[in-house]
Design a protein around this ligand. Structure first.
Ligand code: C2O
Ligand code: CU
Ligand code: CU
Length: 507
């Protein structure tokens, strides 16, 4: 009797265990597939374009007695009804959300009076600007709550679409996501004379793209499950406008695209896949317009495109799926499967004729690498750059003023990253073994790196030298930057050595 019942009892126990395990496995995989399915978002086809696109005002400025152009930027808290009847708490410059567009001309001396009226310290960084390190607005130029910081510099670089945003170490993602960002346009003789659309807010539109999720009265900042890239929102805004449309009255429309999202990579194109001309990248105009119908843009990058409109039509600027050879899982959880209807353009029934685009735009302003004196390697992963997280009191290396270097950046991680260098515009010499595609052929300060990708950059450091104040280089997926994917270098005179950065920030 016993000899029969004991194995039976064991068998019953085994069956119960196996069934429990099966239920558990099913539950877990059910959860995972639920999370997987729900991880992709799309607003394509379901967007009703209800709101007229806001265009950030051009910042007022005045000429000081010494000829300097003075701007004033106040960082403040506010609130806005992005959705009718629903108030969202925000941060902004001189207003509730985002900031005015600063505009200056090459050769001008500019000064910006930055007042921090927030209840916490922050900074304002001039992304893409060539300027002395002490004016850069990185994590060493903290502006305490209630304090004022007044950097000044001479604009000395080609006309371009730059931008500004906070850069406090460890909190950049949060400060930008709440609404602190704006454009900084630079003009020069070429951008003022070439036959390009340049009537701000009319045929030359700033397009600041962000992805957002509303949660109660706040902009959500939660990182979803498996979101190693950081925050990804469920819908997009342009210039702080949800489901935006814009009426246009010219044949050619220039869009200054800025990816001001904290982690999301966009792949811009139009709903009918029409071709458009890329005329500029991060740091200014290309040598000639490049025709394409898709354009990837990772956080921090800018692109100036010109699109031709037909009378009376409507067309939608879209973001399509990312094509970067991400694995099945990473593609989904880093937002690569997401698609968005970003901005609708509504053409008037008669359009003002626009002159044809010039065949050539700007001469090369970045080095070609032939005079490079040093080669440096940067290995990217979530632990930091070259295996080390950022340390405020460690200068990672020193570069010599007036020299060109070759930087080789490799993403050894399983997830996408990008790479941004302060103070400079560089040339992408190669992506892997290949010449750069057209969208990386102009002056760049930020470049996307798919997993295992390598880029070769030619970077020239024109100074001025300041051995004590570093410039940053980092991943511009802002949470990655916050957790330490950042390093710092100083520019020194020939033969000089690095000084010591202040372990605590100055004022
Ligand atoms: Cu736009 Cu160091 O950043
Ligand atoms: Cu920057
Ligand atoms: Cu990264």
């Amino acid at each position: 009797m016993f000899s029969v019942s004991r194995p039976r009892r064991w068998r019953r126990l085994f069956l119960v265990l196996a069934a429990t395990l099966a239920v558990l496995v099913a539950a877990v995989s059910g959860c995972v597939s639920w999370v997987y399915v729900n991880a992709a978002v799309s607003t394509v086809g379901s967007t009703e374009f209800r709101n007229e696109l806001a265009v950030p005002p051009l910042a007022e400025s005045r000429l000081e007695p010494d000829g300097t152009r003075l701007f004033e930027l106040d960082m403040r808290t506010g609130s806005r009804e992005f959705r009718p009847g629903q108030v969202t708490k925000t941060w902004g410059f001189n207003g509730d959300y985002l900031g005015p567009t600063l505009r200056a001309r090459r050769g001008e001396q500019v000064r910006v009076r930055v007042r921090n009226t927030l209840s916490e310290a922050s900074t304002v960084h001039w992304h893409g600007m060539h300027l002395p390190a002490a004016m850069d607005g990185g994590p060493h130029q903290m502006v305490e709550a209630g304090a004022t910081w007044t950097p000044e510099w001479t604009v000395d670089q080609p006309g371009a679409t730059l931008w500004y945003h906070p850069h406090p170490h460890g909190a950049t993602e949060d400060h930008v996501r709440r609404g602190l960002a704006g454009m900084f346009l630079l003009d020069d003789e070429l951008t003022e004379t070439l036959a390009l659309p340049r009537n701000y807010g009319v045929d030359d539109l700033p397009v600041i793209v962000q992805d957002v999720t509303f949660r109660g009265a706040s902009l959500d900042g939660t990182h979803g499950m498996f979101r190693d890239v950081g925050f990804l929102g469920e819908q997009t805004m342009v210039n702080g406008t949800l489901t935006p449309y814009r009426e246009v009255g010219d044949e050619l429309i220039r869009l200054r695209l800025l990816n001001a999202s904290t982690a999301r990579v966009y792949t811009f194109g139009f709903d009918d896949a029409r071709a458009f001309a890329l005329i500029g990248t991060d740091g200014g105009l290309l040598d000639r317009p490049a025709t394409m119908n898709q354009l990837p843009l990772s956080p921090g990058e800018r692109a100036e495109i010109v699109v031709r409109m037909r009378p009376g039509e409507r067309t939608v600027l879209r973001s399509n799926k990312l094509d970067a050879d991400l694995g099945f899982w990473t593609q989904r959880f880093s937002g690569g499967d997401d698609t968005f209807d970003v901005l609708q353009l509504r053409a008037a029934t008669t359009l003002r004729p626009s002159p044809a685009l010039p065949e050539t735009l700007a001469p090369a302003s970045t080095p070609d690498g032939t005079d490079s004196v040093t080669e440096r390697r940067f290995e990217l992963d979530l632990k930091g750059i070259n295996g080390q997280p950022m340390a405020m009191d460690r200068i990672d290396f020193t570069v010599t003023r007036g020299t060109t270097e070759t930087w080789i950046v490799h993403n050894r991680d399983g997830m996408p990253h990008n790479f941004h260098i302060h103070d400079v515009q560089f040339r992408v010499l190669a992506v892997g073994e290949s010449a750069p595609p057209p969208h990386l052929s102009g002056p760049k300060d930020t470049v996307f790196l798919a997993p295992d990708a390598t880029v070769r950059l030619a970077v020239r450091f024109d100074g001025p030298a300041d051995p004590d104040t570093p410039y940053m280089y980092h991943c511009h997926l802002l949470w990655h930057e916050d957790i330490g994917m950042m390093g710092q270098f100083v520019v020194v005179e020939p033969g000089g050595t690095a000084g010591r950065p202040a372990p605590h920030h100055g004022h």
